[in-house]
Design a protein around this ligand. Structure first.
Ligand code: SF4
Length: 47
């Protein structure tokens, strides 16, 4: 990843917007994202 805000070990699987059970991302309604993906809106999941 070359994006300036990418941090190591950040991915959809540990993003607060990701729902693992359905593969859904709150920010992209209607789409499924793989847990290994990432985008610049990534935010660490609480807990
Ligand atoms: S697409 Fe972005 S906001 Fe959505 S779960 Fe993945 S990293 Fe998080």
């Amino acid at each position: 990843m070359k994006h300036p805000s990418f941090k190591p070990d950040s991915n959809c699987g540990n993003c607060q917007f990701f729902t693992a059970a359905t593969g859904a991302c709150t920010l992209f309604p209607g789409f499924k994202v793989p847990a290994a993906a990432w985008c610049s809106a990534w935010a660490k999941k609480a807990g």
